[in-house]
Design a protein around this ligand. Structure first.
Ligand code: GLN
Length: 536
C-alpha cells in the first residue's frame, strides 16, 4: 500500500519547498523505504520547456526526455529516486488531457467540471507516478502558495486523497514562514496562522509544519503555533537558513521528522543516523581546505535559478576536492563590451553553459578563446560546446565566417547546423533532441580518462549539432572528437590537446551530479582549476 505526503507552501514563495520535499525524501529513504517525488505545477504551460529562463529558471531534463521543473533536480540530487515524465504535472497537461477526452466524446455527454474531472485527472497522475516508480512513499509537492487561485484544484485533489486512501496513508506537510520583525524585535506567527487557516478552508489540516525562520523558535513560540494551528508541538519543525542546502535533511532528522511521518503511517523501520551524508557531504562542504574562483559566463547570470544544476554540480565537485568553489558570474554581453581579460584574469577555471539565440554569443566565443590561449581549465556545456567549436574554427582553422545556423542562417561555414531530424519541425514545445542517449568515448582521450569507461549515457536538450563536414580540418588543427553517439555519428564531446583541461560536451552532465558523487567532468574540472591556483 503506497503512502502519500503532500507538501504545500504558505505566506510567500521561494521558501525552499523543493529542498524541503527532497530532504524529507532523503531521511525516509535512509530508513530503508523506496521513495518517489512528484511536482505539481499550477501554471498553464504544458511544461517549462518553452519558458524564458528569467521567468522560470532552469529546465530540468529527465532520462526519458521530459522538460520539467528544476525542483526535480533537487529530488535527484538528494535521493536515489529516478525522475521521469510522470514526476511533473502542470495545469496545462491536466486540462489538455481532460479536454482531449471531452472532444473524443469519452465523457458521454456529461458536463465537465473542475471537481471531479480536473481533480480526478490530477489524482490519476499522482497515482500513475506512484505505480510507475513502485515506491513505498510518494512525496507530492504542490507548487505556488496556498491561497493562490491557480493552485486550488491541486490542493483540493490533495484533500480528496486522504478520503480515497484512508487517514493513515496520506499526510500533509505545510512549509511556512515565521518572519522576524526588526522594529518589534520579535518573530511573528500570525502569517502562519492565516496560511493554515487558508488550508483548513479547503479542508486540509496540516499534520506537520515546517517553519522557515531566521531566529530560533523558543518553546513558547512552538506551543503557540501548535495551539493556533492545531498541530502537535513536536510536529512544529524549525527550519533555519542553512549554510548549505545539504544540511536540511540533518536539521529535519535532528527534530525526528522521519519518526513523526512513520508514526502517522504506522510504519516501522530500521533507525539510521545519516552518518555518511553528514561526513562526506555536509562536513566537507562546511570545512573546505582550499578556495578557488571559477567563472560562469552566460546570459542569465542575474538569476540564481537559471543555472541551478550547474552551480550545484560545481559545488559537488568542490566537496569532492575539499574546495570551496566561488562563482564569478559574468554576463557574456559584458565581455563583448569590455573584453575577456577585464573579467577573467582572476579566475582559475571557466565554464560556458547552454543557451539559445544569438545575444551574448560573441562574448562566449571571446571567453573560450581566452581560456584556450591562456591555458585556463574550460568546461563547455551544450551551447558552450557549440561556441567552442566555432571559436576553434575561426581562430585556429582560418574559417573567419564559421558560425551556427541558429545565429546566421546563411553562414559561409555552418560549423554547427540543424540536426537532420529537426528539419520541418514547427511546434516549439517538447520537440528538441531530448533525454538520455548513449555516447562512445575514444581510447586515449581526456574524456576517456575522466569517465574511466567507454560507454556513457547523458541527457540532451538541443536542436543543433556539429557539422561532420568540418571534422577532418578541425582534427588536423588539434581538436579531438572524443565522444560520439554511435547510431548517427553525432559529435558529443570535443577537447583540445596540449591544454590542462579543455573539454566541451553537447549534452548536460549537470543533471547527473550528486553531492556525494560529483560528476566526473565537473570533478576533474575543479581538480584542474585547483592546479592553476587558489587565486582568492
Ligand atoms: N541552442 C543550441 C541548440 O539548440 C544549444 C541548446 C542548449 O544549450 N541547451 O542546439
Amino acid at each position: 500500500m503506497t503512502k502519500y505526503i503532500f507538501t504545500t507552501g504558505g505566506v510567500i514563495s521561494s521558501l525552499g519547498k523543493g529542498i524541503a520535499s527532497a530532504s524529507i525524501g532523503k531521511i525516509l529513504e535512509s530508513r530503508g523505504f523506496k521513495i518517489a517525488l512528484v511536482k505539481l505545477d499550477p501554471y498553464i504551460n504544458v511544461d517549462p520547456g518553452t519558458m524564458n529562463p528569467f521567468q522560470h529558471g532552469e529546465v530540468y531534463v529527465t532520462d526519458d526526455g521530459a522538460e520539467t521543473d528544476l525542483d526535480l533536480g533537487h529530488y535527484e540530487r538528494f535521493t536515489d529516486a529516478k525522475t521521469t515524465k510522470f514526476s511533473n504535472a502542470t495545469t496545462g497537461q491536466v486540462y489538455n488531457a481532460v479536454i482531449s477526452r471531452e472532444r473524443r466524446g469519452d465523457y458521454l455527454g456529461k458536463t465537465i467540471q473542475v471537481i471531479p474531472h480536473i481533480t480526478n485527472e490530477i489524482k490519476d497522475r499522482v497515482k500513475k507516478a506512484a505505480h510507475a516508480s513502485g515506491a513505498d512513499i510518494v512525496i507530492v509537492e504542490i507548487g505556488g502558495t496556498v491561497g493562490d487561485i491557480e493552485s486550488l484544484p491541486f490542493v483540493e485533489a490533495a484533500r480528496q486523497f486522504r478520503i480515497d486512501t484512508g487517514y493513515h496513508d496520506t499526510l500533509y506537510v505545510h512549509l511556512t514562514l515565521i518572519p522576524f520583525v526588526k522594529s518589534a524585535g520579535e518573530i511573528k506567527t500570525k502569517p502562519t496562522q492565516h496560511s493554515v487557516g487558508k488550508l483548513r478552508e479547503i479542508g486540509i489540516q496540516p499534520d506537520i509544519l515546517i517553519c522557515r525562520t531566521e531566529k530560533p523558535l523558543s518553546d513558547e513560540i512552538k506551543e503557540k503555533i501548535s495551539l493556533f494551528c492545531n498541530v502537535k508541538k513536536e510536529a512544529v519543525i524549525e527550519a533555519p537558513d542553512a549554510e548549505t542546502i545539504y544540511q536540511v535533511p540533518l536539521i529535519f532528522k535532528d527534530q525526528h521528522l522521519d519518526k513523526i511521518v512513520l508514526d502517522h503511517f504506522q510504519m516501522r523501520a530500521k533507525t539510521t543516523d545519516l552518518k555518511d551524508w553528514r561526513k562526506k557531504v555536509v562536513e566537507k562542504a562546511l570545512h573546505p581546505k582550499h578556495r578557488i574562483t571559477v567563472a560562469v559566463v552566460g546570459k542569465y547570470i542575474g538569476l540564481q535559478d537559471a543555472y541551478k544544476s550547474i552551480y550545484e554540480s560545481l559545488h559537488h565537485a568542490g566537496i569532492h576536492n575539499d574546495t570551496k568553489v566561488i562563482f564569478k558570474k559574468v554576463d557574456s554581453e559584458d565581455i563583448e563590451k569590455g573584453g575577456a581579460d577585464k573579467f577573467l584574469s582572476d579566475v582559475s577555471g571557466i565554464l560556458v553553459p547552454g543557451g539559445f539565440g544569438y545575444r551574448g554569443i560573441e562574448g562566449k566565443i571571446a571567453t573560450i578563446r581566452y581560456a584556450r590561449e591562456n591555458n585556463i581549465p574550460f568546461l563547455g556545456l551544450c551551447l558552450g560546446m557549440q561556441c567552442a567549436v566555432i571559436e576553434f574554427a575561426r581562430n585556429k582553422c582560418g574559417l573567419k565566417d564559421a558560425n551556427s545556423t541558429e545565429f546566421k542562417l546563411k553562414a559561409k561555414h555552418p560549423i554547427i547546423s540543424l540536426l537532420e531530424e529537426q528539419r520541418g519541425i514547427k511546434d516549439m514545445g517538447g520537440t528538441m533532441r531530448l533525454g538520455a542517449y548513449p555516447c562512445k568515448i575514444k581510447k586515449g582521450t581526456l574524456a576517456r580518462k575522466v569517465y574511466g569507461k567507454e560507454r556513457i549515457s547523458e541527457r540532451h536538450r538541443h536542436r543543433y549539432e556539429f557539422n561532420n563536414k568540418y571534422r577532418a580540418l578541425l582534427t588536423k588543427k588539434g581538436m579531438v572528437f572524443s565522444g560520439t553517439y554511435p547510431e548517427k555519428n553525432l559529435i558529443e564531446i570535443v577537447e583540445i590537446k596540449d591544454h590542462p583541461y579543455f573539454i566541451a560536451v553537447q549534452y548536460h552532465p549537470e543533471f547527473k551530479s550528486k553531492p556525494d558523487k560529483a560528476h566526473p567532468l565537473f570533478r576533474d574540472f575543479i581538480k584542474a582549476s585547483l592546479k592553476v591556483g587558489a587565486l582568492l
